[in-house]
Design a protein around this ligand. Structure first.
Ligand SMILES: [Zn+2]
Length: 86
């Protein structure tokens, strides 16, 4: 049974438990439990949100909504962030 070190109390515990039996702290993903690299997905999500924000901002600006220009910059920022992230 592989062991891991509790991030809360540094005790050697099984990495198959969800919480440390010593301090009760939750175990974060460790080297022995690989996470399914969410970076690509997150980037795609950010890009999608940015696209929606930017499109809304452009439309709002065109139709003369007061919040259109206010949304343009954050929309573009999120869009660019998502573009480079993914
Ligand atoms: Zn602990």
């Amino acid at each position: 049974m592989p062991n891991t070190t509790c991030p809360g109390c540094a005790a050697q515990i099984s990495d198959e438990v969800a919480a440390c039996p010593h301090c009760g702290g939750p175990l974060t993903a460790s080297h022995s439990r690989p996470t399914q690299a969410p970076i690509q997905r997150t980037g795609g999500k950010v890009l999608a949100i940015g696209t929606v924000l930017l499109a809304s901002a452009v439309i709002a600006t065109v139709i003369g909504a007061w919040w259109g220009p206010a949304l343009l910059f954050p929309g573009a920022a999120v869009f660019i962030l998502g573009k480079f992230w993914s």
